[in-house]
Design a binder for this molecule. Sequence first.
Ligand code: FMN
Length: 338
Amino acid sequence: MDRLLENWNIGGVDVVNRVVLAPLAGIGNWFVRLQAKRYGAGMTFSEMVSSHGLAYGDRRTRNEFLRLDPREGPTGIQLFGADPAIMREAAAIVGESGASLIDINMGCPVKKVCRTGAGSSMLRDPDNAVAVATAASEGSGLPVTVKLRPGFKPGERDGVTLAHRLADEAGVAGIAFHPRHASQQHKGLPDYDLAREVVESLPVPVILSGGLLTDVKVRRVFEQTGAAAVMLARGSLGNPWLFERVTGERDGLPEPAEVLDELAWVIDRAGEHYEDGRAARYLRKFYPWYLERLKEFDGTYFTRARLNKINQRLQTTDSLEQARTALDSIDVPAAAGA
Ligand SMILES: Cc1cc2nc3c(=O)[nH]c(=O)nc-3n(C[C@H](O)[C@H](O)[C@H](O)COP(=O)(O)O)c2cc1C
């Protein structure tokens, strides 16, 4: 049997396959995760959520970030923060939310996050990183995983050493490993050989992230690294069909009508998540991703110039009604055989 389709277990959480949605800041809310699940993801992770924001935040912040849909399936809420006491409090709140596990972000290279000692800066203080992971586990009673990178700069291995300490001392249930060092941000080749070494040496499951943009690449890297599971990130943006391709449920590209129907679904869900104007503005980042699918399907019909025009119109929509009208005005070529 295809190992990608085998069920597995992480910290006592049963997962039906090895294909996971990565944490994506500003994107991975309940409906993006639900969408991934609808298309075959075995497990999903939330966008990163500030432990301080949760611990000090108002009910609305909690409701927005910790909103889960009962149809989502196993979901990890990703927290960031470098203060063990705050992490414990935030984790306790997550523990009440219905999430299956907590992931702690120790990989984010963004300055705003690192300046606070969180994200990839956690590699600089491994004792504190272990304390933060332990606090999350004790505070929530949930299994805890950590997402991290090998180090800050090429050749550094602090992240690998820390991963071992997190497993041995903090009892984390798994590691999500992105084998690009932090200074690479999201560019450059991930070091899959290093990932294999980490997979083979850690006593807990490793979920591999990085460079997984096509089904062919996912399968190759999954085999090459021996990882317990793979995490789809940029490859999944406006492309839930990638989950179907990876799980063998789809061969070809989605038809333009399917893409537009799916975008209409996203617009409807955004309207359930935010009030109308905010939803319309929030959706603007989603449009280019879906339009890319049209280009991919038929670049002679959906030329770059045509898609730019459609995108310009979508980018100026201020209400969901305007967004739906703009969407409805997109002509699609007749389906083959129609
Ligand atoms: C827009 C965007 C937002 C991201 N947000 C997060 C995040 O909140 N937490 C996290 O651990 N990683 C985050 N990442 C990193 C991804 O989860 C993933 O590790 C990275 O994109 C590498 O995978 P890829 O090359 O397949 O895209 C983000 C990446 C992108 C592109």
